[in-house]
Design a protein around this ligand. Structure first.
Ligand SMILES: *[C@@H]1O[C@H](CO)[C@@H](O)[C@H](O)[C@H]1NC(C)=O
Ligand SMILES: *[C@@H]1O[C@H](CO)[C@@H](O)[C@H](O)[C@H]1NC(C)=O
Ligand SMILES: *[C@@H]1O[C@H](CO)[C@@H](O)[C@H](O)[C@H]1NC(C)=O
Ligand SMILES: *[C@@H]1O[C@H](CO)[C@@H](O)[C@H](O)[C@H]1NC(C)=O
Ligand SMILES: *[C@@H]1O[C@H](CO)[C@@H](O)[C@H](O)[C@H]1NC(C)=O
Ligand SMILES: *[C@@H]1O[C@H](CO)[C@@H](O)[C@H](O)[C@H]1NC(C)=O
Ligand SMILES: *[C@@H]1O[C@H](CO)[C@@H](O)[C@H](O)[C@H]1NC(C)=O
Ligand SMILES: *[C@@H]1O[C@H](CO)[C@@H](O)[C@H](O)[C@H]1NC(C)=O
Ligand SMILES: *[C@@H]1O[C@H](CO)[C@@H](O)[C@H](O)[C@H]1NC(C)=O
Ligand SMILES: *[C@@H]1O[C@H](CO)[C@@H](O)[C@H](O)[C@H]1NC(C)=O
Ligand SMILES: [Cu+2]
Length: 601
């Protein structure tokens, strides 16, 4: 019967508008007939295939769309993933140290197992990942968020202090356990105030199928803005009116860069004739970049954790928290080529070393020289890539009754009379209670939520909710782009634009296999319409991924189907002990008190 309905949908073409489909038919493709041998680049084959998956079709350089055991890039990863029974164990110890990755000034940095950026977490699709975190920092709490991981029925593992857990006190440890239900590239980072800007950050690679073949996976390529001043100080400064956000001193590609004082470029070595997958991850706190590799066109195969129909681009825009997986072919004259990351526009942040943030792609049979290659031109923008078509054909029910979330700046004074900048939603800046997380309120059946929790209850399971996010004037008009990130879900991006959202814009929204991801750009002074389905009980935050803005309150939290949260994921005694330890530590033994206006996330 499902198949019959697919055929009807197909015959009616993409203009067919579905008013209200039964819940189990809301996806066009079946979940059980993924075609493991599919090499088609279109979405239609994914949605029309009725073939039984070929278990002998496995992932090789020439069959990247295959995975194993009947799973392929055509599988509906919302409902199906391989259950491997394997657990990948990691042990992370956070310590205080110093670093100078660009040869410039030494600065304090928090290290993970002595490294910055932290070690890459590798797993296969369907594995369980278990990371034990030891907080050996002297005066910082912490908490790790596994960015983009769905955390299906594991809300307690999402790592957001004051929402899903208490912070880990210095000396405390926590074991995070969760499943890789999706595959691709991501990162983990501290969600404790602006701490990820001080080093608690690293890549995640979940191996799985892909929409294009390649020979070699080069692994993650992190790109970040780099400051000689610690993020804790910059966040404070940014929250004080007049100072404004600091200009970045430099950028790092894969953890290194040059400066006038030395340093070195990261070099990736490639061999003529081979195809390489590069997993670009933007771990910035405030700079958005456009990225390219001279003379080598990118074939873009995934946006965040979502495989897409491949498209070609010389430059791609990577907002904070976003990931793009690209394939390049080493088919140019053997030599050395610049890989570039540029802040395209002052609205995307500012960087003192803009134009010189580069790394090298070196052909293995060429001499080791600095490249002399030149860049192609591009049009600078602080807006998302367009034309991102998820490989897995999804659709969102039409008929928008969205709720408005107004994003704006608010300026005022703190209790010491210092000017204070905050960002809020509906004129309310988020502020979490570190030692009384919302999840504890759920356990206590305490439904008195503080206004500053910016809490939105989503009571209906298996329902679609739509959000019209609009940047409006607050106490000042500051129009800047915001990379909006949602926990616990991918969202569907129905549209984005400049100016005010209006009824005229309603008809332009895209419900037919719209881009799907976990970070999308709200245009400066513009709007962004997102939709997601309530299929994962929990307290899930949605926030701007500019670290300063998240710190300054630009977030809401969705309390999704509250009554179902505890059924699968009751906080354990270990979870409660994190709170007990934190309460014992803070503020009594702490040398630091959270400053006024810091949201805590
Ligand atoms: C998979 O594709 C190959 C190449 O087109 C073909 O030879 C093979 O028969 C296909 N296998 C299945 C199970 O369809
Ligand atoms: C962390 O290390 C930096 C650099 O060595 C040092 O300045 C700072 O005092 C240390 N912090 C603590 C809390 O020990
Ligand atoms: C975290 O540690 C840094 C560096 O030691 C320090 O400057 C900052 O005040 C600490 N932050 C908090 C909130 O304790
Ligand atoms: C970036 O650095 C990591 C760690 O050294 C390495 O595994 C990876 O291959 C590098 N990425 C690229 C694209 O070269
Ligand atoms: C990272 O994201 C920031 C903020 O969205 C953006 O300014 C920067 O250009 C991005 N960097 C890269 C390399 O894409
Ligand atoms: C190199 O590979 C790209 C991507 O596959 C292709 O578009 C381009 O035509 C090739 N160039 C040469 C010189 O073969
Ligand atoms: C959002 O802002 C617009 C324009 O300022 C205003 O008309 C509307 O009432 C606001 N909506 C909410 C929910 O605050
Ligand atoms: C319920 O939650 C509110 C807001 O967090 C808090 O002020 C209050 O003390 C809580 N009540 C109980 C009985 O814990
Ligand atoms: C903002 O206002 C809209 C419209 O009244 C409402 O749906 C939404 O829940 C509000 N959000 C917050 C965080 O208060
Ligand atoms: C958007 O709406 C606000 C509030 O109604 C108005 O002040 C502003 O001029 C509008 N902006 C544009 C670009 O039309
Ligand atoms: Cu922002």
């Amino acid at each position: 019967m499902e198949i019959a309905i697919f055929l009807i949908l197909l015959c009616m073409g993409s203009s067919f508008v579905v008013e209200a489909l039964p819940e189990h038919l809301e996806k066009r493709a079946t979940t059980s007939t993924s075609d493991a041998n599919s090499t088609s680049s279109g979405t239609s084959s994914a949605s029309t295939s009725t073939r039984t998956a070929d278990s002998s079709c496995t992932n090789t350089a020439d069959t990247r769309s295959c995975w194993s055991d009947g799973f392929s890039v055509a599988a509906d990863f919302d409902t199906k993933w391989p259950v491997t029974g394997n657990t990948r164990y990691y042990d992370f110890t956070f310590t205080n140290g110093t670093t100078n990755p660009d040869g410039g000034s030494d600065r304090m940095i928090f290290l993970i197992n002595g490294q910055f950026p932290g070690p890459t977490v590798y797993a296969d699709w369907g594995d369980t990942i278990q990371v034990t975190v030891h907080n050996e920092l002297e005066s910082n709490g912490t908490g790790i968020h596994w960015h983009g991981i769905r955390q299906l029925n594991t809300n307690t593992q999402d790592g957001v202090p004051g929402i899903t857990e208490c912070p880990l006190a210095p000396g405390d440890s926590k074991v995070y356990t969760f499943m890789a239900t999706q595959y691709g590239t991501s990162w983990y980072h501290s969600h404790w105030s602006s701490q990820y800007g001080d080093g608690i950050v690293g890549p995640i690679v979940i191996n799985g199928p892909a929409t294009e073949n390649y020979d070699v996976d080069l692994g993650p390529m992190t790109i970040t803005d780099w400051y000689y001043t610690p993020a804790a100080a910059l966040a404070y400064r940014s929250a004080r009116l007049g100072a404004g956000p600091a200009e970045a001193d430099n950028g790092l590609i894969n953890g290194t860069m040059t400066s006038s004082d030395g340093g070195s470029y990261y070099t990736s070595t490639i061999t003529s004739g081979k195809k390489y997958r590069i997993r670009i991850v933007n771990i910035s706190v405030d700079n958005h970049f456009m990225v390219s590799l001279d003379q080598h066109t990118f074939s873009v195969i995934a946006s965040d954790f979502v495989p897409i129909v491949p498209y070609s681009a010389d430059w791609i825009f990577v907002g904070i928290g976003q990931r793009y997986d690209v394939v390049i072919t080493a088919n140019q004259t053997s030599g050395n080529y610049w890989f570039r990351a540029e802040v395209p526009d002052t609205a995307c942040g500012s960087n003192a070393n803009n134009g010189n943030i580069k790394s090298i792609f070196h052909y293995s049979d060429a001499d080791d020289d600095d490249p002399t290659s030149s860049a192609t031109s591009y049009t600078g923008r602080c807006t998302d890539e367009t034309g991102l078509t998820p490989y897995w054909d999804s659709f969102v029910p039409d008929g928008l009754t969205g709720s408005e979330l107004n994003v704006s700046i608010q300026t005022g004074v703190d209790t010491s009379g210092n000017a204070l900048v905050q960002w809020g939603v509906n004129f309310s800046a988020l502020s979490v209670t570190w030692d009384y997380p919302i999840l504890q309120q759920v356990v206590d059946a305490n439904t008195t939520y503080p206004a500053s929790a910016n809490l939105i209850e989503l009571t209906e399971a298996s329902s679609w909710y739509y959000w019209i996010i609009q940047e409006v004037a607050g106490t000042a008009t500051v129009n800047v782009p915001h990379p909006m990130h949602l926990h616990g879900h991918d969202f569907f991006v129905l549209g984005a634009g400049t100016g005010n959202f209006s009824d005229d814009t309603l008809s332009e929204l895209n419900y037919d296999n719209p881009p799907r991801r976990d970070v999308a750009m709200l245009n400066a002074g513009g709007w962004l319409v997102l939709a997601f389905e309530t299929d994962n009980p929990g307290a899930w935050i949605m926030h701007c991924h500019i670290a300063w803005h998240a710190d300054e309150g630009l977030a809401v939290q969705f309390l999704e189907t509250k009554d179902k949260i505890l059924a699968d994921d009751t906080p354990s005694t270990d979870w409660e002990e994190t709170c007990t330890n934190w309460k014992a530590y803070y503020p009594e033994d702490s040398t630091y008190i959270r400053y006024q206006g810091d949201s805590g996330i």
